[in-house]
Design a protein around this ligand. Sequence first.
Ligand code: SAM
Length: 263
Amino acid sequence: MTARAPRHVARKRFGQHFLVDEALVERIVGAIDPRPGQALVEIGPGLGALTRPLLARAGTLTVIEIDRDLAARWRGTAGLDVIEADVLDVDFAALADAARRRLRVVGNLPYNISTPILFHLLGAAAHVADQHVMLQREVVARMAAAPGGKDYGRLSVMLQWRYAIEPLVDVPPEAFSPPPRVDSAVVRMVPLPVPALADGVLLGEIVACAFSQRRKLLRHTLGRWLAARGHTRPFDLQRRAEEVPVDEYVALARALGAAGQAA
Ligand code: SAM
């Protein structure tokens, strides 16, 4: 970024809350531990709180920024490859192919589209070594939740079947300018080396149905859905969706997928 860049007024529509707590930045970058030779990709560099230390440690970095003014500030910076785009349009598999290695994805994500970003990255998980993202703390709690609690739901199952998920650091609103209205947290997500499913499409349908009425027993929701498909695999439907562990949903999706192929 040039020294004479004009003052930037944060744009709400792009979810701009810039990290200003240097000790925290140090902690986050320390947890990421970027190294030269790695294919690092940062979503939303903004004013560079993470960009600068990532670049200093790794030497090269690709950034994806939707805000044309912010993207322009970074163009021409040594070692930095700037993609001015909506991250939801970026082909991460192609980025990994070009880098000839799996990506390390980093981002203090715009909270208004954090879930779509997570699902977009899920589609490219085979091309990702790991991802460290800042999200609303409440979203991180749902991502990492174990069965049985109020946080366990569709997001937990749809991410845990594919990633090991580890909440790392809680971040208060004062760490940002302007401060968001919610608490935040950084989470590490590492794609599982051997995913139990080829893709999450069928699992997504099962889980959406199961959690559509989470207070009801599954026989009223998933049971009907399975019966409509003539599926007879034993599955305890006398439970609520939130009581079923991820691997049972995955096993059901596998069985349904295998039956579909055989039909
Ligand atoms: N990384 C900076 C930091 O930590 O201070 C900025 C984080 S700010 C929460 C989110 C950043 O993502 C902003 O720079 C914003 O312009 C960018 N952004 C928002 N929506 C985006 C999108 N759809 N695609 C790419 N970047 C986006």
